[in-house]
Unconditional design. Structure first.
Lengths: 636, 334
């Protein structure tokens, strides 16, 4: 296990790497003087933990070098621009919650520096590994490049051993907002992530006067390995919102006893919990905006009347964020780096690994709060758009915590119908070994759901792969009838705000390939909540064969979510062209979010040879097996 | 005994009530007509993949899609559609359409970059995990005397195959008068059940004894934790233990754990004070407070009753047949 970032080791390389300050040759951002880091509070008040420290950031361990994080509460980020870059991956001491911890950083910065490239340029990046004992890697998320530049150890290259470096070199065939992160073990959780901006050759189809990167992430003082072990021992560790006897009495009083018993019976037979919104939440995480916790109040400046482009990036390991700026409308102009027809919203959900470019026009107030609560409403990241530093605006309370409904679980329209005529049918979503549960109108074993039908080729009945049947790693199957693109999602429905949905996202361009898919591959997202096991089709990565694509072909992937969790699915190297409910090209993305109870389809143009990673971008789901290799080969 | 068991039974029965009141209805047309549910809508007719009206195209905003024939993929006998759909192969066949953006013709350099020689596969977090869990770790003060007992289990391994250790025991008046350890191989047979098989060793009471063990354990519907194990000893004795546990949340930290355990034996074993048939049942109620997830002190009450020959042995030795105890302990895991 020497590849892991054990705590003892982390401290070691914290002091070592900070003594090697030789990487600022291409740095164009301002270097700022060191700032104080509170160290006195060894006992950790909960408020510190959730809100973080006001002056959280990097603390130079040795005193020789005290590189500030880009988030110095001034709005100035460390930006590296050009075509040649030296990036040094090392460990740095950070203090987010009141306890000094070791983070994995690029050039001593958390988040890693913003990389500013230009479409058409060929960039070279020398990435050196200054960690003493762990191999590392950088993956350029959403960037089209040769497979050996993709940065996935064991697929694209061998990784970067300690003391060694790797020369990345590729030509940019696209523009927009992207990001980069480690693809080695849990290093992404430890801070190895940063923004990429690729400036377009042609002017963008919108105007703006100023821009800010808003990079969201989730920080934990726990080592990633320890958190993963904890998830395997106790997957619901962070779920402090299970329904209680008191909730039962309240629901029975409000909704009646029979519907309440029916509801509890349904969940009980499934052995599941409707408050399982995310596996890791604010009880473990402090949410960061540009590396700063809420108390740090990252601030971006504006002048009244300016159009401000905000480049939103979700670099979290396990978090969906719901972002809004009370008092401002956001006009979404790009998703995953690609232009979309502008759509104006109050709020948007950004899945892990997604990016959105939005334009806001602040005027009339001195300051606006950027508010990004996690999907489970257990915490938030926060910053401010202000006319000058030091201003703040009111910070909203977190929304009420949502509960999953039977509809979310693709139990269709049975939800809220519990008190009606009983015993008429099954529960729609088939529980494994349905006979045990009495919820046995099961669709497993290849049967066709009467609910799942459509005239279109990409939405015919749900047929579960035979490998799911009786599989110890598959605790649930569902029969979602459609993509539910116009559903704002759990916790966002009917909240009185205009919330972005996938149905709003339409590429500004037509299907760049234009061909109909020549074939269709259906993959089911599967898992077991109690074992914290995740997979495609019930087969974890370690025992799965690659999904093989013919070079040049146009094919369709249909994803069916057979779990109660939300999975952002990322395909490396190739675009994921999301289809609308009728199977037509709708929007080009690199990460497709899959809420529970959905089946969504997208077109893939296999125009890049090689072995590509394909996985859930929730870091611990990927680690637990929800990953495949997609291999694009030439026809023999 | 006479009071606790009915209370427990009522509690368990109550928990099962939802099964009786299951009210899941499919959406029949009659129901839909009454607004009780919504029938799935028939899908609208497929529209053209291109959303490029002529006005837009004329302004250069988009490029209209060429009229496309339906995907005509020649059948490939080596790769039937079922296989292709599972990603096992890719069918060959003429592609009727040409892509708008041409597919680049790969060069040898492209091929080399696409499939570099690698020395290792993609590393993952490792499949071996573990849990050590002391479900009961408690002391009591009752008639007669004081004592301590424990019940714990541990697993090591992956998601499907695990090595299980289970142990239970009791000390009173400074000496261990019952203790056993089971070492079992467990294999998940489905999402909720493991079959376990291995050995159990009794250190006390009486001379030590080794049993072969086979059983099942898992999570029953409604989240009852269940285990049932059958034993055969080296001397030809047989035994059967079954246990059910449940968790009732008053809050997310204050949790009541009812537990019910039964022990049966195949034949008399006077040296250990055991008679054949149902030898004892134990019911417990433990109310814990999770200070952290890993550490939860509790208070509880347990009642154990012996039956049949076992009860006779106890009476003969002047031990109570029916024993109620107040217990205090901690539940912890790592």
């Amino acid at each position: 296990m020497s590849r892991t970032t054990g705590c003892a080791h982390a401290r070691l390389y914290a002091s070592r790497s900070t003594r090697t300050p030789r990487w600022n040759s291409t740095m164009t951002g301002n270097r700022r003087p060191p700032f104080p880091v509170s160290r006195e509070s060894l006992s950790l008040p909960r408020r510190h933990f959730v809100q973080g420290l006001a002056f959280a950031g990097l603390a130079g361990g040795s005193g020789l070098l005290r590189l500030p994080a880009h988030a110095t509460n001034t709005g100035a980020a460390q930006v590296l621009a050009g075509t040649a870059f030296d990036l040094a991956i090392g460990a740095s001491e950070v203090n987010v919650t009141g306890r000094p911890r070791s983070a994995i950083t690029v050039n001593g910065s958390l988040p890693a520096p913003i990389l500013r490239w230009r479409e058409g340029d060929t960039v070279t990046l020398r990435v050196s590994n200054r960690l003493p004992d762990a191999p590392t890697s950088i993956h350029w998320h959403g960037i089209l490049l040769p497979a050996n530049m993709d940065g996935v150890p064991g697929m694209s290259f061998d990784g970067i051993a300690p003391g060694e470096s790797w020369l990345y070199r590729f030509t940019l065939k696209q523009s927009g907002t992207y990001w980069y992160h480690s693809h080695s073990m849990f290093q992404e959780q430890a801070g190895l992530y940063g923004a990429i901006i690729v400036d377009p050759l042609q002017p963008p189809p919108f105007r703006y006067d100023r821009e800010h990167v808003l990079l969201l992430s989730d920080w934990t003082d726990l080592d990633g390995v320890a958190l993963y072990r904890r998830l395997k021992k106790s997957p619901s560790y962070d779920n402090h919102y299970k329904r209680t006897a008191g909730d039962f009495l309240r629901d029975a009083r409000e909704d009646g006893l029979r519907p309440t018993l029916a509801d509890r019976g349904m969940w009980g037979r499934m052995r599941m919990t409707p408050s399982d919104i995310s596996d890791v939440n604010g009880h473990t995480y402090t949410y960061l905006l540009n590396g700063l916790p809420p108390a740090g109040n990252w601030t971006g400046l504006f002048r009244p009347g300016e159009k401000v482009l905000l480049r939103l990036i979700n670099a979290g390991a396990m978090t969906h964020f719901d972002v809004r700026i009370p008092g401002l409308k956001m006009t979404v102009v790009a998703a995953d780096g690609q232009y979309v027809h502008p759509v104006t919203v109050d709020e948007l959900r950004i899945a892990t690994a997604e990016t959105f470019d939005v334009i806001v026009e602040p005027s009339g107030q001195d300051a606006y709060t950027i508010f990004a609560q996690d999907m489970g409403r257990t915490g938030h990241a926060r910053g401010t758009l202000a006319m000058r530093h030091g201003l703040t605006a009111p910070v909203p309370a977190n929304d009420p915590r949502p509960l999953l409904t039977m509809e979310d679980m693709a139990h269709g329209d049975h939800a809220g119908h519990g008190g009606g005529a009983a015993m008429e049918g099954g529960c729609g979503a088939a529980m494994k070994h349905g006979a045990e549960g009495g919820c046995g109108a099961a669709m497993h074993g290849g049967g066709k759901s009467p609910e799942a039908h459509s005239g279109h080729g990409n939405v015919d009945a749900v047929v579960h792969p035979p490998g799911e049947d009786g599989n110890p790693l598959v605790d649930m199957q569902s029969s979602p009838t459609g993509p539910r693109l116009d559903d704002p999602g759990i916790g966002l429905r009917g909240n009185g705000r205009r919330v972005l949905t996938y149905a709003d996202l339409r590429s500004l361009f037509d299907d760049p390939d234009g061909r109909d898919p020549g074939r269709e591959v259906q993959l089911h997202l599967t898992g077991h909540m109690e074992k914290f096991a995740w997979s495609f089709d019930g087969i974890p990565f370690a025992s799965a064969e690659p999904l093989r694509l013919n070079y040049g072909e146009r094919m369709r992937i249909v994803l069916v979510n057979d779990t109660m969790m939300q999975h952002p699915i990322h395909l490396h190297g190739l675009w994921s062209d999301l289809e609308d409910a009728d199977g037509a090209f709708q929007v080009r993305k690199h990460t497709i979010d899959m809420p529970p109870g959905t089946r969504r389809s997208y077109r893939v143009r296999a125009d890049a040879l090689g072995r590509w990673a394909y996985h859930c971008h929730l870091l611990y789901h990927m680690e637990a097996g929800m990953m495949r290799e997609v291999r694009v080969e030439e026809r023999a | 005994m006479n009071r606790t068991i009915p209370v427990l039974a009522a509690a368990l029965l109550l928990s099962c009530m939802p099964a009786l009141a299951q009210a899941q209805a499919g959406c029949t047309p009659e129901h839909a007509a009454m607004g009780h549910c919504t029938l799935p809508k028939p899908a609208p007719a497929p529209v053209s993949a291109s959303a490029c009206p002529p006005e837009h195209a004329a302004m250069g905003h988009c490029t209209p899609a060429p009229a496309k024939p339906a995907a005509a993929v020649a059948a490939d006998p080596a790769c039937p559609p079922e296989h292709a759909a599972m990603g096992h192969c890719t069918p060959r066949g003429g592609e009727a359409q040409a892509p708008r953006e041409p597919i680049p013709v790969p060069t040898d350099a492209d091929r080399a970059a696409a499939f570099p020689p690698l020395h290792a596969g993609h590393a993952h977090g490792g499949g071996i995990h573990s849990l050590v869990h002391f479900n009961r770790f408690e002391a009591w003060d009752a008639d007669p005397g004081t004592g301590q007992s424990w019940e714990g289990r541990a697993w090591f391994g992956g998601d499907v195959r695990r090595l299980w250790l289970r142990s239970e025991g009791e000390r009173a008046a400074g000496s261990t008068h019952a203790a056993d350890l089971e070492v079992l191989y467990g294999h998940a047979t489905g999402p909720w059940w493991d079959v376990v098989a291995g050995v159990r060793h009794d250190f006390n009471p009486g001379p030590s004894r080794t049993w072969a063990a086979i059983g099942v354990q898992g999570l029953a519907p409604y989240k009852f934790e269940v285990s049932a194990t059958a034993y055969v000893s080296d001397g030809g004795h047989t035994a059967f233990n079954a246990e059910v546990e449940y968790e009732l949340l008053f809050t997310n930290r204050l949790i009541l754990q009812p537990q019910l355990e039964a022990k049966l034996h195949g034949r008399d074993d006077p040296r250990r004070g055991i008679g054949s048939g149902l030898s004892s049942m134990e019911a417990g109620l433990r109310l814990r407070y999770e200070v952290t997830r890993r550490f939860a002190p509790y208070l509880g009450v347990t009642r154990e009753r012996s039956f049949g020959g076992t009860a006779d042995h106890r009476r003969a030795r002047g031990e109570p047949v029916d024993d109620t105890r107040w217990v205090a302990g901690v539940r912890w895991w790592f």
